[in-house]
Design a protein around this ligand. Structure first.
Ligand SMILES: *[C@@H]1O[C@H](CO)[C@@H](O)[C@H](O)[C@H]1NC(C)=O
Length: 469
């Protein structure tokens, strides 16, 4: 189906992500998907980015898709003391929001006319009046699970009582214990909580919500969202996931280098390696890092371990010897590979040497593991991650340790970590389920699959909008 109508006008979509690799990556994958369906894409990129990983990914995307229009969005720096957080990514969220008054003049230069505007969930309030003014249909790409989306859309119902809740019951979806509610939502003065509280009630004003999930992974939440069981007047939810990892995400230079993790994996036997990563956003306390090291020494498996010492990659200064400890590093080196750079995670998860994934359960990591059929041992740390871990456990291809707690709550000892890894790596039932999930993920985006149908419906709607102009 071509999105071109009879007069030759073309579907033209603007995409507007917010800070962090977890938000940028799915937006760029969506951009690639739309280009491949012959849509015009304009990408609004907040500048400067917080992390180096983001600017490098953008530059690789730019080289791979020269036909995409880049609109640099120069954000007005804000006084960090006016924002109730010290997290550089949250400060950027707020800075981008406060800069949105610059958007109309930026959009004035865009041609051909836009048929739709897709922004990040953290940008609803500032963007909505602008798109309304331009009569431009507004969508969001929700970068977490449908379960988190149901919690988010239910927010207006529980704001008044949130700090006293023991659990949160989302009708026809799930009952979420207080210990799994994203901790920041229980600190209502935090800037991120304020963004969600302000934006949540506006979900019904959107034209649609794109979510990087699929029927076989989250059928119950998706069905309840789309049949008005969570919130009656919610905008239609389009499950278009998994948004598939793309070539541009790989760095060829890195892959050719002798220290590439993929080269190391080539020398390992199938299913023998546990991959350990806590994503792009998180740095663990050094004591916890060292306990993970002890745990990896204890397992019967080899490992590929991504260590992060600082929240923002530009600030990473110290080497692995300092972070992990010289003596522990020496002992670990004979059993596995430890890296401290951004890695091609999808390349790693697709490698047949990898038999399991110790993951913080950031949603992109979960979806990538599903796509490649890799069992997960979840160790959620912040935000939506316990909800995401719950999605994995419910569908049977992973587990998570509830008593390990949130980031900074406990120090989990190496012994326990090692045992949990062995358990996961030896669990044949998880492998079978993970393989089924992989098949289901590929079916969803294949011909006649549930996500493929959702994408066609979406582009079909956008095409109608072009024709009606
Ligand atoms: C690719 O990897 C090389 C080697 O690590 C690095 O110097 C370079 O900045 C990366 N380039 C991009 C665009 O990601």
């Amino acid at each position: 189906m071509s999105p071109e109508n009879m007069s030759g006008a073309v579907v033209h979509v603007a995409l507007f992500p917010n800070a962090g690799m977890g938000h940028l990556t799915p937006f760029l994958r969506l951009a690639a998907l739309l280009v491949n369906r012959h849509c015009r894409v304009t990408l609004i990129t907040p500048q400067p980015t917080v992390s180096m990983a983001e600017s490098k990914l953008l530059s690789r995307f730019h080289s791979a898709f020269p036909q995409v229009t880049f609109l640099p969005f120069h954000i007005v720096p804000i006084d960090a003391s006016t924002v109730n957080t010290d997290d550089p990514f949250f400060i950027q969220f707020e800075a981008v929001r406060r800069s949105c008054h610059l958007l109309p003049s930026l959009l004035a230069s865009v041609s051909p006319p836009l048929s739709a505007f897709v922004c990040d969930v953290t940008l609803i309030s500032p963007v909505l009046p602008i798109t309304e003014n331009l009569c431009l249909p507004i969508f969001i790409l929700f970068t977490s699970s449908a379960l988190m989306l149901s919690l988010f859309s239910y927010i207006p119902r529980f704001i008044p009582s949130i700090s006293g809740l023991d659990f949160l019951e989302i009708p026809e979806v799930s009952t979420i214990p207080r210990s799994s509610i994203p901790p920041l939502l229980l600190l209502p003065n935090n800037v991120f909580a304020q963004i969600l509280f302000e934006d949540g009630p506006k979900l019904p004003k959107l034209c649609g919500i794109l979510v990087n999930s699929f029927e076989a992974l989250e059928s119950k939440a998706l069905d309840s969202l789309n049949t008005g069981k969570v919130v009656k007047e919610l905008a239609p939810v389009f499950p278009i996931g998994p948004l598939v990892p793309c070539e541009f995400e790989k760095n060829e230079t890195e892959e050719q280098s002798s220290s590439s993790p993929l080269k190391w994996l080539n020398d390992q036997s199938p299913g023998s390696v546990v991959y350990v990563s806590f994503g792009s956003r998180l740095s663990l306390a050094r004591e916890q890092v060292r306990e993970i090291g002890n745990g990896l020494l204890k397992t019967g498996f080899k490992f590929l371990w991504v260590v992060k010492d600082k929240k923002v990659d530009k600030e990473e200064e110290e080497g692995l010897d300092e972070v992990v400890g010289t003596e522990l590093m020496e002992r670990l080196k004979s059993k596995g590979l430890i890296v401290k750079e951004w890695v091609d995670q999808s390349g790693i998860l697709s490698h047949n040497a990898v038999g399991g994934f110790v993951s913080h359960c950031g949603w992109n990591s979960v979806v990538e593991a599903a796509w490649h059929g890799v069992p997960i041992l979840g160790w959620p740390q912040i935000g939506d991650q316990k909800l995401n871990a719950e999605v994995v456990e419910k569908s049977g291809w992973g587990t998570w340790k509830k008593k390990w707690g949130w980031w900074g709550e406990n120090v989990v000892r190496g012994e326990e970590i090692g045992d949990a890894i062995d358990e996961m790596m030896k669990n044949e039932a998880l492998k079978v389920k993970a393989e089924e999930m992989k098949v289901a993920a590929r079916k969803a985006v294949g011909g006649g699959g549930s996500s493929e149908i959702a994408v066609q419906r979406l582009i079909g709607e956008w095409t109608k909008m072009v024709s009606s102009v």
